[in-house]
Design a binder for this molecule. Structure first.
Ligand code: BJ8
Length: 425
């Protein structure tokens, strides 16, 4: 920990004592879960470096941007169109939190039977332990699930919050509503940054984000190989980092990693045994540092080959098509791209069932784990339909409901081992 960092955290009004404990706990966990893996691609060095200074370098970049008059816009959902944020000259940063550390802090205010992602995120603000939250000029929420939208009301008591209305259906009227929301968001950003969003800067921002989506897609495509050239844990980390790293740098680093993985695939070199059970995980997002399920699976001899989630394929699957009709056309194509995200907050959400089946085949997964954060009702209810559909397709499924704590680790381990045993037969 450098004195520079400490000075910066102090300026950001971070609770240094609490923050020290958080970072102190992260190091050994990272060592145990990540650095102990064998035969990791060298390209993961960059991501290790980023996590090693998780609240340092990137926060300093955001602060520099702010000192030069720029704005930082924090988000919690892949529905918030980041192209607009970049186009306005601001920097978007994904704030979803995946640590148990801040959950008890949030429980002093929020009901305990709220999902861990919401509690962890809110606890970061309440406990003043996340410099990314502290460095943000605007927090953008959305009306996806009930827990989040009510949490944003409370968050607004501490920091400026703007909430985008994400519809719950995908009808023509809902699409129109969403387009209006995208237009309104453009106005909010222009007011915040005092920069006009034009067809030109929006086109440049769209290219920037599309390039990162392409790079992530390339990484995921490489995971289709047998043996798989990168662990699920490492691939998950890359996706998690992509939510807050600079988009251009992230694209370059992911591309360099993919070049290395290409060579591994050509040589038939993998990180797991060729007959290791291949697992697709589907469900709630896994924010950094939530590596619990991947770690349990991969230490039990399986390899995670794909995540159908917002920290997986939903983050990069569709590109924003080039708009043909100036600024209006560009806003239209952006709105359309985001309405293609198949989150369980939508009803109906049949497309997600198709996605799970198609991805299972594409990634040659032997089985699916439906991952549900406890108290996330949308995904828990949708799991019933996922289970039925996968049964019809003859795809083995294990449903797991958990939180960020480790009290259930033993029980999960037993269930996972039994599932893998069944897949191996
Ligand atoms: S588009 S999945 S990122 S809302 S917070 S829904 S886990 S109870 S995060 Fe999400 Fe956007 Fe949808 Fe994706 Fe459940 Fe928790 Fe709600 Fe959650």
């Amino acid at each position: 920990m450098t004195t520079d960092n400490v000075t910066m955290w102090r300026e950001l009004d971070i609770d240094l004592k609490s923050h020290d404990r958080l970072l102190g706990a992260l190091g050994p966990i990272y060592q145990q879960i990540y650095l102990s893996q064998r035969n990791r691609p060298e390209g993961m060095g960059f991501f290790d470096f980023v996590v090693g200074d998780i609240h340092g370098i990137r926060v300093r970049e955001l602060r520099e941007h702010a000192k030069n008059g720029g704005k930082v816009v924090a988000t919690y959902c892949v529905f918030v169109p980041e192209e607009l944020v970049w186009a306005a000259g601001a920097i978007p940063v994904g704030l979803c939190a995946g640590t148990q550390f801040s959950v008890p802090i949030a429980e002093e205010v929020l009901p305990r039977n709220t999902c861990a992602l919401i509690k962890s995120s809110f606890g970061f603000k309440l406990g003043k332990i996340c410099p990314y939250v502290q460095a943000s000029h605007l927090i953008v929420g959305e009306t996806t699930c009930d827990g989040k939208k009510k949490m944003f009301e409370m968050l607004g008591q501490y920091q400026p919050v703007y909430v985008m209305e994400v519809p719950n259906k995908k009808t023509a009227a809902s699409r129109q509503l969403w387009l209006e929301e995208v237009r309104a968001f453009k106005g909010v950003l222009e007011k915040l940054t005092q920069n006009e969003i034009t067809a030109e800067n929006l086109s440049a921002a769209t290219q920037l984000t599309n390039q990162r989506r392409r790079a992530l897609k390339r990484l995921y495509d490489l995971r289709k190989a047998r043996p798989v050239p990168i662990s699920g844990k490492d691939a998950l980390l890359v996706t998690q980092v992509s939510f807050y790293d600079d988009a251009g740098r992230c694209t370059r680093q992911v591309s360099a990693l993919c070049d290395e993985l290409d060579k591994r695939v050509a040589k038939g070199e993998g990180v797991a045994l060729e007959d290791a059970p291949r697992i697709l995980i589907s469900g709630s997002p896994m924010a950094i540092p939530n590596w619990k399920l991947h770690h349990l699976l991969e230490t039990a001899g399986a390899v995670v080959v794909c995540e159908e989630s917002c920290t997986g394929t939903r983050h990069f699957s569709d590109l924003v098509a080039p708009g043909s009709d100036g600024l209006d056309g560009a806003l239209n194509t952006i709105a359309e791209r985001y309405m293609n995200i198949h989150c369980a907050c939508f009803t109906p959400n049949n497309e997600r069932l198709d996605d799970i089946v198609n991805l299972t085949k594409e990634y040659r997964a032997d089985g699916v784990i439906h991952y549900n954060l406890q108290f996330c009702h949308t995904y828990a209810n949708e799991a019933v339909r996922v289970e039925k559909r996968l049964e019809e397709e003859g795809i083995p499924l294990l449903r797991i409901e958990t939180d960020y704590g480790d009290e259930d680790t033993g029980q999960l381990k037993t269930r996972i081992e039994a599932f893998l045993e069944m897949l191996r037969k």
